[in-house]
Design a protein around this ligand. Structure first.
Ligand SMILES: [Zn+2]
Length: 187
């Protein structure tokens, strides 16, 4: 009983104090324990000599005093550079803009509107964006349907009469580049 309680006290005493750890942990390329070397010239840790008053003199001191350490630093320095380069490349790869998407062919929208009485007009949108010369198309429709055809928007023709069903067949016949599946009949 007494022994057990003394054990308890011991284990309590041995309980490690939990300390938040914010450093990334041991590095495979660093030999432990860390042994900070201070510069005999500028008195800063050697890693900080380059920020000191005279890095050139620090380097000379290091060459004179600790040539092995200098070689080691240079070796690990170049290693770090390689690692950095690799990281940058990876990041660049991820961030690379994807190839520009080929612009998709636009739909051709056919619609009809009732005008006075039971007269209709047919509205064709999207010809120009399917590489159709809108002015040639206007003339072609006027002749083909023997009716008025006018440009009613940037990429829109208005044909007198209801010619929607004719256009569905006619457009891909007349213009090879028009994909029949992209013709949308909204009438
Ligand atoms: Zn120094």
């Amino acid at each position: 009983m007494a022994e057990a309680s003394s054990e308890d006290v011991d284990s309590n005493a041995n309980t490690p104090v939990s300390v938040p750890i914010n450093y990334p942990g041991p590095r495979s390329d660093v030999r432990y324990p860390l042994n900070t070397q201070y510069c005999g010239e500028c008195t800063l840790p050697l890693e900080y000599c380059e920020y000191g008053p005279d890095p050139e003199r620090c380097r000379e001191w290091l060459e004179r005093t600790l040539p092995d350490l200098l070689n080691q630093m240079q070796a690990s320095g170049s290693g770090d550079d390689k690692g950095g380069e690799k990281k940058r490349q990876t990041r660049g790869g991820k961030g690379m803009p994807k190839g520009k998407k080929k612009s998709e062919a636009q739909k051709i929208i056919l619609n009809k509107q009732q005008r006075k009485g039971n007269k209709f007009v047919t509205i064709v949108q999207g010809l120009a964006s399917n590489e159709v010369d809108i002015e040639l198309a206007r003339k072609f429709f006027a002749q083909k349907f023997s009716c008025g055809c006018s440009k009613s928007g940037d990429d829109e023709l208005t044909i007198q009469g209801d010619v929607v069903s004719e256009l569905i067949d006619l457009l891909p016949e007349k213009w090879n580049q028009i994909n029949p599946e992209l013709i949308e009949d909204k009438s």
